[in-house]
Design a protein around this ligand. Structure first.
Ligand SMILES: *[C@@H]1O[C@H](CO)[C@@H](O)[C@H](O)[C@H]1NC(C)=O
Ligand SMILES: *[C@@H]1O[C@H](CO)[C@@H](O)[C@H](O)[C@H]1NC(C)=O
Ligand SMILES: *[C@@H]1O[C@H](CO)[C@@H](O)[C@H](O)[C@H]1NC(C)=O
Length: 487
């Protein structure tokens, strides 16, 4: 069991408290880590990579790169590292069999990636209580969408091609997967372990040359044996051809559907956190913001439930991905405002559980919301309403995007623009469960409220259709998800 006792100051306070009131029974809550590698402290790292196209699939593999699923997993066995995944495993791609691969997936790039992830998971899996777990997940997504390709469904329904213009795409092949390079983790004489993934979407790239003029992504992890947390250094750069990119580090469910998927996945969340009883602890140091369109998510949570409140079951016509995230780039302004109610959720729930309707201009905290959009398959929406992009997920989606605001103070979130941003690195302890229990999510009238169980918790940036070459750079460490036993 992984237990978490809070930061040293809190522990000290608690000890003082005990000294003074040694006879009173302790009321402090004991948190249990919901992730396999609590606080990223385990020397034997488990990390994987996944590439997504616009609707979270593959489309087509890049020649010689294999299916865009890879992993770096090893145990530390003094003085060396014992790796679990070979480069041949990482290069597996359509047409190449591996243990457990189904015949229908052998020549289908989308299905092949799903099963490759399960296979890599089986190589990386750590036996543990309450459940085995597999890896942290580096997710890279390209926001180009070739509307003539017919590759993405509309709210989960298959549709044909339509006129271009609404989405970035430079032409044929704009939805390609990246070139992926892997530096397998090794250990220096001084006991520092280091490895990484990097690459680009620009297929004419010559590795070894510079990255001027092209897109680039990189995640390098580093840790001294026996000391502290792994530090994940991230870098993401857009280009003219690839103006919309996402790079996140995810803690996903260890089995079942995780946020944004409609198939079985592998991950790190050996216990699924449920609102309101969980927190997220993470250290973040943003070194470069990524420009005015960089929607940096201090934390992004993803789940799936149907509009009638039932859990998802993989039926893309009725499953709805639900996301909520706080954007900490101070250059991102609230789209929700008294004159743009269409971008606000129908109501805000205040700390005393009062519903404040968005037309209550004296009380609604407009600047606490960047954007709300509703699932495209919802039948009873309050107007005016903005519908979420119907193509960028395998099924309909709903988004609640937040901004720093005093109304979130109680949950430990940033309250002012700029908090947690460049030059203000911090270790956050966010009451993500408490906050997410009060957010508006759409449900059909009269249906029992969905259990808000989160299958994906991640952090990173989405540089959203940028006109310039933009670079974001940040480090993340100490990541933990802490659940409290239900009171
Ligand atoms: C990407 O990673 C490879 C393998 O570790 C390395 O050789 C290369 O220099 C890196 N590329 C850049 C542009 O940093
Ligand atoms: C609840 O909070 C709202 C806004 O924060 C405030 O206007 C209202 O007076 C409060 N109601 C009660 C019963 O405390
Ligand atoms: C504000 O919105 C609520 C909920 O939609 C509605 O019941 C109420 O009539 C509206 N009030 C005004 C003044 O428009």
């Amino acid at each position: 069991m992984k237990r978490y006792m809070g930061n040293p100051l809190l522990v000290l306070f608690f000890m003082t408290h005990v000294l003074i009131f040694s006879f009173s029974s302790s009321k402090e809550q004991q948190y249990i880590s919901a992730v396999g590698d609590s606080g990223m402290r385990r020397d034997g790292l488990r990390v994987a990579f996944e590439g997504w196209n616009f609707c979270n699939e593959i489309g087509k593999e890049v020649p010689a790169m294999g299916s865009p699923r890879a992993a770096d997993c090893f145990d530390y066995s003094s003085p060396s590292l014992k790796h679990k995944v070979t480069e041949a495993d990482n290069k597996l791609g359509v047409g190449k069999p591996f243990p457990g691969l189904s015949s229908k997936a052998l020549n289908n790039a989308d299905l092949y990636a799903v099963e490759k992830e399960l296979y890599l998971g089986s190589l990386c899996e750590v036996a543990d209580t309450p459940k085995p777990w597999q890896f942290w997940m580096v997710m890279l997504k390209n926001g180009n969408y070739d509307t003539k390709s017919g590759l993405c469904p509309e709210n989960g329904k298959k549709v044909g091609s339509f006129k271009p213009g609404r989405f970035p795409c430079f032409g044929d092949g704009c939805m390609n997967q990246p070139l992926l390079y892997h530096q397998q983790t090794d250990i220096s004489e001084t006991g520092t372990m280091k490895g990484g993934f990097n690459g680009t979407y620009d297929l004419d790239f010559d590795n070894g040359g510079g990255i001027d003029g092209i897109s680039f992504f990189e995640v390098v992890w580093e840790k001294k044996v026996g000391v502290g947390s792994w530090v994940f250094n991230h870098k993401l750069k857009t280009s003219k051809k690839y103006p919309w990119l996402m790079l996140y580090l995810r803690a996903d469910a260890t089995n079942g559907l995780s946020g944004g998927y409609h198939y079985d996945t592998r991950g790190m969340l050996s216990t699924l956190p449920e609102s309101p009883n969980f927190k997220v602890r993470v250290s973040l140091d943003v070194k470069q913001g990524g420009g005015p369109k960089s929607q940096f998510y201090l934390i992004d949570i993803g789940s799936c439930w149907k509009n009638n409140g039932a859990p998802c079951d993989g039926d893309t016509l009725t499953d709805v991905t639900r996301y909520s995230e706080m954007i900490i780039n101070p250059e991102i302004e609230a789209w929700c405002s008294p004159s743009n109610l269409v971008n606000c959720p129908p109501f805000h729930i205040s700390l005393n559980n009062t519903k404040i309707y968005r037309n209550d201009t004296a009380n609604f905290p407009y600047s606490a919301y960047h954007y709300y959009c509703a699932p495209g398959n919802a039948q009873h929406l309050e107007r005016p309403v903005s519908l979420c992009d119907p193509y960028s997920n395998p099924q309909a989606q709903e988004l609640v995007q937040l901004l720093p605001h005093p109304t979130w103070a109680k949950y430990g979130y940033p309250t002012k623009p700029g908090e947690g941003w460049v030059g203000d690195s911090r270790t956050w302890e966010l009451d993500v469960g408490g906050l997410s229990s009060r957010l508006f999510f759409y449900q059909d009238p009269g249906t029992p409220p969905a259990r808000r169980i989160w299958t994906s918790i991640d952090m990173g940036t989405e540089i959203f259709v940028s006109d310039n070459f933009e670079v974001a750079e940040w480090t993340l460490s100490d990541f933990d998800v802490l659940t409290s036993p239900t009171p």
